[in-house]
Write a protein that binds this ligand. Structure first.
Ligand code: ZN
Length: 265
């Protein structure tokens, strides 16, 4: 087994990664709150409550995964079922954070990778729940990643960052206008365009094109499978989750995590 931060001790290895997993799961819980509340213009500091009976949740109910298991997946007051997506999302975020740190170790790119995944997760939640990718998320992310890529860490030559942002914005804007002209419907939202611009900053122009192709293929596969199951064509689909998944896969490849992952087996 590979060791971390110079430690040969299996105990400290497990402790370190358990800590990172818990940290990721807590953040996952927070991303869920951000993605669900911001589109509804709710503030983030109001204590969490049951959506059905409005009963306030006790502090231990908020412990990721454990709170859900302790409550047996139901509100303690009204017995309304808590969506199973909450603990799944917490586990997913915990696993993603653990995998990133394990594969990239602690360096500058690790910080960017974790922030990038946080952005993708929040946008996925808000796009699925409210069909919105919010300026309040993408604008600060654009500034943050631009500063980080130009000053702290770079996978590519520095100008790839600017070209990536430019291509991300122009390409999706053109696609949006084209789909509007041809289909007379708003296919690509402004949120998608802004998210794509930020992704361009993080990964650069060529991987960005791969993201666009992959996201389109993934959405078509989803529509195809959905048609086979429901016998109906889903015409309006949030594109954000497909952009997020495709970005994650492309980023895992270009950051070298994929190669490191293969070496483990
Ligand atoms: Zn309740």
């Amino acid at each position: 087994m590979q060791t971390l931060i110079g430690s040969n001790d299996l105990g400290s290895f497990i402790f370190t990664y358990a800590y990172i997993f818990i940290f990721g799961a807590c953040l996952g819980s927070f991303f869920m709150v951000v993605g669900l509340r911001l589109p509804q213009k709710e503030d983030l500091i109001t204590p969490s409550h049951c959506d059905n009976c409005q009963a306030k949740l006790k502090p231990w109910h908020l412990i990721p995964i454990i709170g859900y298991i302790g409550l047996k997946g139901k509100c303690s007051q009204c017995q309304q079922k808590i969506p199973v997506i909450y603990p799944i999302f917490e586990v997913l975020t915990g696993c993603l954070f653990t995998a990133v740190v394990y594969l990239l170790r602690f360096n500058k790119e690790t910080m960017i990778a974790l922030l990038f995944m946080s952005l993708l997760l929040i946008c996925t939640v808000s796009d699925i729940s409210a069909r919105k990718i919010l300026n309040r998320v993408t604008y600060p992310a654009f500034v943050l990643f631009l500063i980080l890529r130009l000053t702290v860490s770079q996978l590519n030559p520095w100008w790839f960052t600017l070209v990536g942002a430019g291509i991300g914005f122009v390409l999706l804007l053109l696609l949006g206008l084209l789909s509007y002209a041809l289909l007379n419907q708003k296919g690509m939202g402004g949120g998608d365009i802004k998210l794509f611009t930020v992704i361009g900053v993080v990964i650069g122009p060529l991987p960005l094109l791969a993201v666009l192709v992959l996201a389109s293929v993934l959405s078509l596969v989803y529509v195809g499978i959905d048609f086979i199951i429901t016998k109906k064509f889903k015409r309006k689909l949030p594109f954000g989750p497909f952009i997020a998944l495709a970005s994650l896969l492309v980023y895992v490849y270009i950051s070298g995590m994929w190669q490191l992952l293969l070496r483990l087996f």
